[in-house]
Design a protein around this ligand. Structure first.
Ligand SMILES: [Zn+2]
Length: 234
């Protein structure tokens, strides 16, 4: 078995690997969440689109009704103009003219509303199409992700296994225990006398012991195992 300080160095490498695994797995969970969000978005868009389409159809029906009412009043006006000599006819003609005027402006308003609703519907349809496209591409990426994540984890676990075989079981068990208690961080390096786990400046005696590397030393504040900064790769 290699000496303690070498084992601690390996443990630091294992710690780096474990952080990488946690991060990769967490990132792989982000895409399904994004996909769910997009699905909800597409669904919501479909609802808005249907409502907008209904409004447009209603407006078109109103335009058709107003147009035929207008046509009827125009025909009545022509008829009345021929009979204007008859008693009571001028007043009736006046009434029809007023009605035509009001129908005309109502129709203009309806046509403007129809134009606006058509534009809105077009924008909604474009928005829906672009979200559907995005959804498809995210689903494709998720498939690719799953494949590459598996390959990455396979490589990582091979590397981790190589390091594990050289660290004592007791040290490993201590590391795993601390890792589960301390937010995934069981061993940390000491740089410039700082514990990089909790940023505490270490007491001189603790620091000296870490540098010597002969006994297992824990941070007095966060209890994580301490390992001196090393520039050599294991
Ligand atoms: Zn600490």
């Amino acid at each position: 078995m290699i000496n303690l300080s070498e084992q601690l160095d390996l443990l630091c490498e294992i710690q780096t690997i474990d952080i990488e695994v946690t991060r990769s797995v967490r990132e792989s969970h982000c895409r399904p969440a994004a996909i769910e969000r997009l699905k909800r978005d597409v669904e919501a868009f479909r609802g808005i689109f249907t409502a907008a389409k209904r409004l447009l159809d209603e407006t078109r029906n109103e335009i058709a009704a107003a147009t035929s009412e207008l046509d009827a009043h125009r025909a009545a006006r022509t008829k009345l103009e021929k009979q204007r000599k008859k008693p009571g006819m001028p007043a009736e003609l006046e009434r029809v003219k007023v009605k035509i005027y009001s129908l005309d402006s109502a129709l203009a308003a309806l046509v403007a509303r129809e134009r606006q609703a058509t534009e809105e519907l077009k924008a909604l349809s474009d928005g829906q199409a672009s979200r559907q496209l995005e959804l498809k591409s995210q689903q494709q990426l998720a498939l690719e992700d799953a494949g590459s994540l598996q390959e990455k984890l396979r490589q990582i676990s091979k590397r981790r296994g190589r390091y594990l075989s050289r660290v004592s079981g007791e040290l490993l068990a201590h590391y795993e225990r601390l890792r589960s208690l301390k937010g995934g961080l069981g061993i940390v390096r000491v740089t410039n006398r700082f514990c990089t786990g909790c940023n505490m400046t270490l007491p001189a005696q603790v620091y000296v012991e870490v540098m010597r590397g002969r006994v297992l030393t824990g941070c007095p504040r966060c209890q994580r195992m301490l390992c001196c900064a090393s520039d050599k790769a294991p």
